[in-house]
Design a protein around this ligand. Structure first.
Ligand code: NAD
Length: 556
């Protein structure tokens, strides 16, 4: 049988004002699904892989074709059901209900292992949705770049008097998300040295201007990075090698590293992480011929990887886990002190979550970059006091090349998301943008995820593994009338380690959309504030009072 591959003509994302579906919400879902798979956006469109190891947008090409057909056929009072990337039903609901309800990669907890998932995937019964891959709101590396920029900015503030100038950051993995690291570091004026085993990934980051230079030889790369650090030049280098080799060489040469992290897809030992003992070609062969052997080599490598990170940390590098569960893999492989460095959320991000802040994003369904320029202007005018956000937007306008549909990301919180949603709806209503704007967010957000080695690591009250919150999040967004709602398992950190929810809402300029936007964009971050207030964070308690979210005040 001939293996089906991505067909660029058949799956081209529609743009403009002409509808191919029976309403703008279905149209938005269709465009965002196809946008996720656009080769400019997706890492491996031939395999339907968008990012994050094997994070897919549809289970297989047959399912993709059926989803497209179903979206075109879907009435405005019906909802399409997606079960792990496959359309399984169209049911009568009502106009204010989500048009699409998605559940991806859910397994009963005791069965939630990669081993069991792999068996089901082989039989064609499941798909890994990662976070925004299976929920159709991935916008390319920009989706992560502001969060990464803010994280490195927080590192600069905490440890290096506000700038990364004259510092060396070392990391690995230049995939869909990890590819945002070099640009985020240079935006903070630092030098980045990033190991990546696949040359085409480095080339992709060069093409999209996320990276400045590729160097094959490790020593040459180290020397060049040191020179840039010395003269205070913001510069990023992708080194074509394994992370373990780069770290090993830095230790051998006793090179001081200022900041150290990693974004290889360690959450998925079979598909996402390449052991240092294999070339990429040998890895591709062994992955198929002897997956058990592959996984065992990957675990050995990840154990050594974390050991080397701990060694560099002991020599002074500010070290943190960047949300790929690398520490847990090393721990599973027997490294007792694998959790010797913190995760990035408790270290730098949680205070933002307490204010309901997270990676809010939107895309112009028209396909016209000018529509995003109009929304940028609106954000700048709406929030003149938010200097950080304005600086970010101006920098993004200069440095971020759009991938697929023009889009923007902005970390904004309670109150502001609702204001922005209303303003965008007005832009559509008054014809200031050419077509509706689709609004969403990552599943990595304030109230939408339970992930004890990442977003909910070290919660104040020990509620790290309590997964009622993402379930409530999906339920409340469904009740509020989001355009599509998704509930996933395993994203970011791998099978069994997380449960998380996503939502997308379309501003189509109607009064009905304004009502839904007001409910959804208030309740969605609001639940995050409630979750953090419930866990005992004072800032979240203050925000809960400020935004009438405090249940005790309400009932007293
Ligand atoms: P991806 O699968 O698109 O890219 C991973 C990259 O790592 C690939 O390019 C691969 O070739 C490379 N790689 C694998 N093993 C390597 C090794 N040993 N040495 C050097 N390079 C190696 O994944 P992605 O979307 O970039 O995500 C990366 C990881 O970050 C995932 O685990 C993901 O869950 C996590 N993540 C974190 C955040 C966050 O906010 N911190 C957000 C999204 C994703």
């Amino acid at each position: 049988m001939v293996k089906k591959t991505y067909d660029a003509i058949k799956y081209k994302t529609p743009t403009g004002t002409q509808l191919s579906c029976k309403g703008w919400i279905q149209e938005a879902a269709l465009r965002m699904l196809l946008n996720n798979l656009n080769p400019e956006v997706a890492e491996k469109p031939d395999e339907l892989i968008v990012y994050g190891g094997r994070g897919k947008a549809a289970r297989n090409f047959e399912s993709l074709d059926l989803i497209i057909k179903a979206l075109k056929d879907l009435e405005n009072d019906e909802s399409l059901l997606i079960q792990s990337g496959k359309p399984v039903g169209i049911l009568k609901t009502h106009t204010n209900a989500p048009r699409i309800l998605i559940s991806n990669s859910q397994l009963v907890p005791k069965w939630a292992t990669w081993e069991h998932f792999d068996e089901l995937e082989k039989k064609g019964l499941m798909m890994f949705g990662q976070m925004t891959a299976g929920s159709w709101i991935y916008i390319g590396s920009q989706g992560i770049v502001q969060g990464t920029y803010e994280t490195f900015g927080a590192v600069a503030k905490r440890h290096f008097s506000g700038t990364l100038k004259n510092t060396l950051s070392v990391t690995a993995g230049l995939g869909g998300m990890g590819g945002a690291q070099p640009l985020s570091i240079t935006m903070n004026e630092g030098v980045c040295l990033a190991a990546e085993v696949e040359k085409w990934r480095i080339e992709k980051r060069l093409e999209t201007k996320y990276l400045d230079e590729m160097i094959e030889n490790i020593d040459v790369a180290i020397d060049k990075a040191l020179r840039a650090k010395e003269i205070g030049k913001a510069w990023s280098i992708g080194v074509h090698c394994n992370a373990v080799e780069l770290l090993g060489r830095l230790i051998e040469r006793n090179i001081p590293v200022d900041i150290l992290t990693d974004q290889t897809s360690a959450h998925d030992p079979l598909v996402g992480y390449v052991p240092h003992t294999l070339s990429t070609d040998a890895a591709t062969v062994l992955r198929e011929s002897d997956p058990q052997k592959y996984i065992s080599l990957a675990y050995d490598s990840m154990k050594l990887h974390v050991k080397l990170m701990l060694e560099l940390q002991s020599r002074g590098a500010v070290t943190f886990d960047y949300g790929n569960n690398l520490r847990a893999r090393a721990y599973e492989a027997g490294l007792k002190n694998a959790f010797g460095f913190p995760g990035f959320v408790p270290a730098y991000i949680r205070p933002l979550f307490c204010e309901g802040k997270g990676p809010f994003r939107w895309a112009a369904l028209s396909g016209d970059p000018n529509d995003i320029a109009v929304t940028d202007e609106v954000m700048i005018n709406l929030f003149p006091e938010n200097e950080g956000m304005i600086r970010w937007i101006k920098m993004a306008q200069q440095k971020i090349a759009f991938q697929g549909l023009p889009a923007r990301i902005c970390w904004v919180g309670q109150g502001d998301r609702e204001k922005a949603g209303f303003a965008f709806n007005e832009l559509v209503r008054t014809g200031k943008v050419k077509a509706p704007i689709v609004i969403g967010r990552d599943h990595l957000d304030t109230g939408s995820v339970a992930s004890p080695n990442r977003e909910t690591e070290a919660m104040l009250d020990g509620s790290d593994a309590v997964a009622d919150w993402p379930i409530l999040n999906a339920l409340v967004n469904t009740a509020g009338g989001a355009s599509w709602v998704s509930l996933h398992q395993g994203g970011g950190v791998g099978m069994g380690y997380s449960i998380h929810a996503g939502m997308v809402i379309v501003a189509d300029g109607t009064d009905e959309a304004a009502c839904k936007l007001s409910r959804v964009l208030r309740n969605d971050p609001g639940l995050g504030i409630i979750r953090h207030a419930d866990a005992g964070y004072d800032v979240a308690k203050d925000y809960a009072r400020m935004y009438d979210l405090d249940i005790k005040e309400r009932l007293s």
